[in-house]
Write a protein that binds this ligand. Structure first.
Ligand code: UDP
Length: 476
């Protein structure tokens, strides 16, 4: 029997493509042939890593399917969620992904891999794979805690029992007491409205339940009660194999994740080398979250008043000087000895991994949280949308390695309202003082556990072995 061949098909969004690439590399490093499926304009995000993996003697490839942007009503060339600039483009983007069914079916028929790991946003993939007797694994891109907490919120709808948007409700039946407000939920979870997205969620769940199982980028020791709850109470067949970002060991691998960095990574490292351990705060809100000018202005003022050294990533174009109303006048000149702004894309893992970084202000995207705790830094949590408000609860109340900046409202588009005083205070609290030290020492324990989990004998290493074995014996 030949080599096991697995297809990996991520959603066209950096927060999904980055961990899927890492996952594919992990499988390849265990002797599996890994093929990434993506669309033409996303290929370049994968090529370097795939070439490098092949040079190391492992088997990895890329196959493309055309993204029907125009047919779905999107502008030509819009193939990645980071090109979505208005709310009306979101349903069109999903419509285009639904049109990927037929081309995927054709390549599955032609190549007949042994397994398809497809994004949870592609619910139709289970059925398409089943046509050829191929097991489909679901990849959500988030951890066990938020999978369990969102499921129970949707199952038991405790939000219906409160009389206002800011009255807390208890998420029922979880191993911990987790309180949320309606404001922290997505619009469809908040009101139970029958939106397209709510309907998509229903099909996503059905497809997950009829799939071969779920692959989770997490490690058992991080959220053991929830890994158990997901499997034993919610009855999902799941394998945890993370943190997958830890497969990147060399500077080059840590620097080249997602887009090309808009800063020279060596310059960045040189600057960090000149700083004391744990003295710099890194601020970044992932690849999708959008902040209003007024909010960016408050962040700048908060940072300056915190007196802490910083690297702040702002997803605004370099050179767009006419549109820099978000930046207080003279800010960069005044703070040039304290820190700097990266306009565009940062080599995040490389920066976080530097010993000078002592705190991380994060939007609580799951990849960012895992990357932060894998290097042992305490966090300021600033959730924005998706499942980020759940992730915040894990970090601040269960793991206790972070403090909340106090953003109260879920929003995909309007993010403003957190004041400079709250920002400055949170940044100081996470960098200096007794509380920072306590959180840092806990975060370091998770760092060690994460490292062990992916090493031989570790829980994630073992689960990946088990999964590969099961897929091998599933073959006809
Ligand atoms: N990222 C990066 N540089 C940036 C912004 C993001 O390398 O300037 C990476 C980050 O390391 C993470 C991913 O992009 O791996 C973002 O995923 P996450 O789940 O944190 O957030 P999302 O972008 O999905 O909201």
């Amino acid at each position: 029997m030949g080599q096991l061949h697995v297809f990996f098909f991520p959603m066209m969004a950096h927060g999904h493509m980055i961990p899927t690439l890492d996952m594919a590399k992990l499988f390849a490093s265990r002797g599996v042939k890994s093929t990434i499926i993506t669309t033409p304009l996303n290929v370049h995000y994968f090529t370097k890593s795939v070439e490098k993996t092949n040079q190391l003697g492992f088997q990895m490839g890329i196959m493309t399917i055309k993204f029907p942007a125009v047919a779905a009503g999107l502008p030509e060339g819009c193939e990645n969620s980071d090109q979505i600039t208005s709310e009306d483009m979101i349903p069109k983007f999903f419509k285009a992904t639904f049109m990927l069914q037929d081309p995927l079916e054709r390549i599955l028929d032609e190549i007949r891999p042994d397994c398809l790991v497809a994004d949870s946003f592609f619910p139709w993939a289970t059925h398409v794979a089943a046509k050829f007797g191929i097991p489909r694994l679901v990849f959500h891109g988030t951890g066990f805690f938020s999978l369990c907490a969102t499921e129970n919120t949707r199952l038991y709808k405790p939000q219906r029992e409160v009389s206002s948007d800011d009255e807390p409700f208890l998420v029922p039946h979880l191993p911990h007491q987790i309180w949320l407000t309606k404001m922290q939920l997505s619009p469809e979870d908040r009101d139970g409205s029958e939106t397209d997205f709510a309907r998509l969620r229903v099909i996503m769940k059905e497809s997950e339940l009829s799939s071969y199982g779920v692959i989770v980028n997490s490690f058992y020791e991080l959220e053991p009660e929830y890994a158990d709850y997901y499997r034993n109470v919610l009855k999902r067949k799941a394998w945890h194999i993370g943190p997958v970002s830890l497969c990147n060991r060399e500077v080059e691998d840590k620097a080249q994740r997602g887009k090309e960095a808009t800063i020279d990574e060596h310059e960045c490292l040189k600057w960090l080398d000149s700083k004391e351990p744990n003295s710099v705060v890194y601020i970044c809100f992932g690849s999708v979250a959008k902040f209003d000018d007024s909010q960016l202005f408050e962040i700048a003022m908060g940072l300056e008043s915190s007196g802490q050294q910083f690297i702040w990533v702002v997803r605004r174009d370099k050179g767009d000087v006419q549109n820099e109303g978000w930046l207080p006048e003279g800010f960069e000149e005044r703070t040039k000895d304290m820190g700097f702004i990266i306009r565009g894309w940062a080599p995040q893992v490389l920066i976080l991994d530097h010993e000078a970084v002592g705190g991380f202000v994060t939007h609580c995207g799951w990849n960012s949280i895992l990357e932060g705790l894998s290097v042992g830094v305490p966090m300021v949590t600033w959730p924005v949308f998706a499942e980020q408000f759940y992730n915040e609860k894990l970090v601040t109340e269960i793991l206790r390695i972070g403090i909340s900046v106090g953003n109260l409202k879920w929003s995909m588009t309007v993010n403003s309202g957190v004041k400079r005083e709250a920002i400055g205070k949170a940044v100081r609290k996470v960098t200096v003082g007794e509380e920072a030290e306590e959180m840092r020492s806990k975060a370091r324990e998770f760092k060690e556990m994460a490292k062990k989990a992916i090493e031989e004998g570790g829980s994630s290493h073992g689960d990946l072995n088990d999964l590969i074995q099961q897929l091998t014996s599933y073959r006809p």
